[in-house]
Design a binder for this molecule. Structure first.
Ligand code: SIN
Length: 343
């Protein structure tokens, strides 16, 4: 029998999530435990995956980097994941990396990888995918999402960190979980998806301009950091402005930070109302925090759009990032300036 020579490989890194979740009750879509099935077993359950990769002459390699419910995602997993993604992307025969992940913090992991991976490595794709239904559901969405993510890794135009869910391809910068239950849970806000996967073919809608020239998503925010040497990121907390908000949480954070030198507070992101407006009591407390040396960034809690810079604000805005992504950007930005000042 003629066996096609495998010249390239695709690497799948498992981190857990609902895609690897199981329930004792077949068909239960919400009463399940995330992060139970190993990535190898998960891939085995994807119909047609082996045949598809064989058709392309692509070998499959996989590794379990973590097995977590992504609500508990932390820097330790990001650290390990970044190291493994870098390791594989640097291999000439690796087409790209696919990561299986929980939906709850997928956008944060995607943004973190986008921010710390060197841009030369991001000439290859890093595609995160997930599921809203556990592996034991009557109609699990994970297998189709994996097949769609594989199609994105295989596409010659793919590059950078992306997320694939329910047939849509999102950039790491814009992707956001929009729905807690529907299978089509992710959106890219005003920017819209980068493309769609249709019957195994990617139809890009955002990487070409009207003249047909390729426009890449701006995919590097920070100079490459040697994440291997990072032990932790500067502490940045998120607070929300809302009707009846007070400054109590911010004052408590400041007090606790002063009392515990091992956990100093370096930054606060405020999930502000509308165009970055903040309740006056919370704003007063944030000004006290800023005066005490804490960096304060305003992001909007609106799921679409961005804060338009207002001349009168005392706080910098998040440059269009959602509160959780603004937190990651601020942690990395603070780290960058800490490193610069110790050089
Ligand atoms: C998780 O984020 O790990 C659990 C929820 C999900 O994947 O949908």
């Amino acid at each position: 029998m003629f066996l096609k020579k495998m010249v390239k490989k695709m690497v799948v890194l498992g981190t857990g999530g609902t895609i690897a979740g199981t329930s004792d009750v077949a068909g239960d879509n919400i009463g399940y435990t995330a992060a139970q099935v190993g990535v190898g077993q998960l891939l085995q359950a994807v119909p047609g995956l082996t045949a598809l990769l064989e058709m392309y002459g692509v070998a499959l390699e996989f590794e379990q980097v973590a097995q977590v419910d992504s609500k508990d995602m932390d820097f330790c997993v990001w650290h390990a994941l970044t190291a493994r993604v870098k390791h594989y992307l640097a291999q000439p025969d690796a087409l790209g990396v696919l990561i299986t992940h929980g939906t709850d913090t997928l956008e944060e992991t995607a943004f973190f990888l986008h921010a710390v991976l060197p841009s030369n490595l991001l000439a290859k794709p890093v595609v995160l995918t997930c599921a809203m239904r556990p592996a034991t559901a009557t109609t699990p969405d994970g297998p189709q999402n994996v097949l769609d993510a594989v199609a994105v890794v295989l596409d010659v135009k793919s590059a950078g960190v992306m997320a694939v869910c329910a047939g849509a391809v999102h950039s790491a910068v814009d992707v956001q979980k929009m729905h807690p239950y529907r299978v089509d849970a992710f959106g890219s806000g005003d920017a819209g998806p980068l493309g769609y996967v249709e019957e195994g073919v990617v139809r890009w809608v955002r990487i070409f301009d009207e003249k047909g020239s390729e426009v890449r998503v701006k995919y590097h925010y920070f100079a490459t950091k040697n994440i291997a040497n990072m032990i932790e990121l500067p502490r940045v907390e998120v607070v929300m402005s809302h009707a009846g908000a007070t400054g109590d949480l911010v004052d408590a954070l400041l007090m606790q930070s002063g009392a515990d030198p091992a956990r100093p507070l370096h930054g606060i992101v405020v999930a502000a109302t509308g165009n970055g407006t903040i309740h006056q009591l919370l704003e007063a407390a944030l000004l006290r925090a800023q005066a005490a040396g804490v960096t304060v960034v305003r992001a909007t809690r609106c799921p679409m759009g961005r804060v338009l810079p207002a001349a009168q604000s005392a706080f910098q805005d998040s440059d269009g990032l959602s509160p959780v992504k603004a937190r990651i950007a601020l942690m990395l930005g603070l780290l960058e300036s800490q490193c610069a000042s110790t050089r």
